[in-house]
Design a protein around this ligand. Structure first.
Ligand code: ATP
Ligand code: MG
Length: 567
């Protein structure tokens, strides 16, 4: 078991990482919760916490995160598991579904929904269905189906069954007919304007009193293509006076005369989301149907449709929609950015699409932990990306090889050294092998380091040797070799002049400012040199450029590399 001191240190680090500064008042409770014995001397705990907070506040964020990644937060894990508890769940019989519309690329919000469906099913040894909710030929395509499947597979989500709402059209027509026969639905031929007005004034239109026979004939005509778009719809006979606007005779079927990516020209009379989702959940055996909170008003309709058809009713569960500050976590917001060419396709590293996150070196494990931390809570929040990046660093720390990169390079010449070969470990404390470098007397160091160095200063070329700066010239620095006599505080990364590989690091920033305007400068670039061994990295490799950050190799040619800054 960890000592009190360790526990205090851990929570002080965590508090600083989450809020930018460790605040003793916020830390004490967490310490006592994990180490109840501390209660016997609260004064001493308060003193130790204050002391530790002060120490932690002297560290850089990077140091904090590095140290923090060594700790486990067990209590959180257990809390999370509890939050995923489903009402009326029977072990082995839970069925969940993730129902994306293939009308765009999956984003981190979809990851949240899909992870919840997947983890809840798994918790009860149940099953998860991936259902493409594809009943709007105008917006959907096979490209999007493929992107969703690829995104989920990349996340590590496995579904037990794959289905398409549009494959159920004959059954959906059949249920529609049953509703007509039960007088629970009717065909409305009013104009859209008239329908809107009657909904506002809570009055039913004359169409509602059509006979069953008339309705059936009109529905046949709708299916046959007799009507043009907007000329006829099927409506649920709800309650025009209901306070819930959703219940004022909502649309169940509409005409859309466009080629469907999967069914081609087979159908022109398409069901609404409300109609198809309730019936399919019931037919496919879904026991727990989860969706985001903004659907809450539609729950009444969901159950009314199933009641009218005497179909089995699943449990409906809502959770908060994921939003991220200054990021477009919605297909509706992402699509125009792509269409208007403001971003480089759906995998632009500034986008919260799974393809974009992947391209900027965010690992699936980090996304999973980030989204599951919200659990099934309905509390809405708008976190920034910091937490995701923090988790990402935690996962990458253990597997990313270290390399040197020097941005805005400046030449450094060392007097009185002879060329030598050196092997440098790829990771400071995990065995990830090593790389060999041949170094002469000329190096590149970063412009920032060069600027900060003062003549006479002794510093270490990291993992190589110590030198002392002699002189700063306009186009280079000159230093001399220095024998090792104890620890040198300043250690900087370098790249050998011979074989230095030219590279660019693209740094993705927030797409929008606080006023919601698109930021023209949201993608920054930094150029410099990285070590010769980087040319051997495979495209897609994620490395830690020491004292810089994690970067993913996006493109490579024989002599030039393009990385994307991750976190
Ligand atoms: P949008 O088009 O705005 O991205 P949507 O709800 O129309 O959102 P769908 O493809 O229909 O997108 O969503 C499939 C599932 O993913 C739904 O259950 C929906 O609730 C969920 N979902 C979509 N966006 C988010 C989000 N930002 N946070 C959490 N869940 C989401
Ligand atoms: Mg939708």
């Amino acid at each position: 078991m960890a000592s009190l001191q360790e526990i205090i240190r851990k929570h002080a680090l965590k508090n600083a990482a989450d809020h930018g500064k460790a605040m003793p008042s916020k830390i004490i409770g967490k310490v006592v919760a994990e180490y109840p014995a501390a209660k016997s001397d609260m004064k001493e705990v308060a003193r130790l916490v204050a002391q530790e907070a002060e120490k932690v506040n002297m560290l850089s964020l990077q140091q904090i995160q590095q140290e923090l990644s060594k700790f486990e937060f067990k209590a959180k894990e257990e809390e999370k598991k509890k939050e995923l508890a489903l009402p009326f769940a029977i072990e082995g019989q839970v069925v969940t579904r993730f129902p994306p519309e293939p009308s765009g690329y999956p984003h981190i919000g979809h990851a949240k929904a899909a992870w919840l469906d997947f983890e809840c099913a798994r918790k009860y040894s149940g099953k998860m269905i991936l259902r493409f909710d594809d009943t709007n030929p105008e917006k959907e395509s096979q490209e999007f189906v493929d992107a969703i499947k690829e995104g989920l597979a990349w996340l590590g989500i496995k579904w037990d069954k794959e289905s398409y709402t549009s494959d159920y059209m004959p059954a959906l027509y059949d249920y529609a007919d049953r509703l007509l026969a039960a007088k629970a639905a009717y065909i409305c031929t009013c104009s859209q304007e008239a329908i809107k007005k009657s909904r506002e004034s809570k009055t039913a239109c004359g169409c509602r009193s059509r006979t069953i026979e008339e309705n059936r004939q009109l529905f046949e005509k709708m299916k046959e293509g007799f009507f043009d778009e907007g000329q006829a719809i099927m409506r649920f006979a709800g309650d025009m006076s209901s306070e819930n606007t959703v219940m004022r005779d909502p649309t169940l079927f509409r005409i859309v005369k466009k080629l469907h990516y999967r069914q081609k020209d087979k159908y022109c009379c398409w069901p609404s989301y409300d109609f198809s989702v309730s019936i399919l959940d019931s037919l496919e055996g879904v026991t727990h149907a989860m969706r985001t909170k903004e659907y809450e008003l539609r729950n009444e309709l969901y159950f009314a449709i199933l009641d009218a058809l005497s179909l089995r009713k699943p449990q409906l569960i809502e959770f908060a929609r994921l939003e991220i500050k200054n990021a477009p976590v919605s297909k509706r917001l992402i699509l125009p950015l792509v269409q208007e060419g403001k971003v480089d396709g759906f995998s632009d590293p500034r986008l919260p699409t799974l393809a974009g996150l992947r391209r900027r070196g965010i690992v699936p494990e980090a996304i999973r932990e980030f989204v599951l931390e919200f659990g099934l809570s309905k509390v809405e929040s708008q976190p920034g990306y910091e937490k995701l990046f923090w988790l990402n660093r935690k996962f990458l720390d253990r597997k990313a090889q270290r390399r040197f990169f020097v941005p805005d390079p400046v030449l450094l010449e060392i007097e009185n050294v002879s060329p030598r070969g050196v092997a440098i470990k790829n990771h400071p404390n995990i065995d990830l092998g090593s790389r060999s470098l041949i170094v002469g007397s000329r190096f590149y160091i970063s412009g920032e380091d060069a600027k900060a160095l003062q003549p006479g200063e002794v510093f270490r070329l990291k993992d190589l040797y110590n030198v002392q700066l002699v002189q700063k010239e306009s186009n280079k620095l000159i230093a001399t070799f220095k024998e090792e006599t104890g620890e040198v505080e300043k250690k900087i990364q370098w790249v050998p002049f011979e074989g230095a590989v030219s590279c660019i690091v693209q740094k993705p920033g927030a797409l929008f400012d606080d006023e919601g305007n698109f930021r023209q400068d949201s993608l920054q670039e930094q150029s410099g040199f990285c070590e010769p061994s980087c040319i051997e990295l495979p495209q897609g490799a994620i490395v830690q450029f020491e004292r810089y950050g994690y970067c993913r190799l996006d493109q490579k040619s024989r002599s030039h590399l393009t990385f994307i800054y991750s976190c």
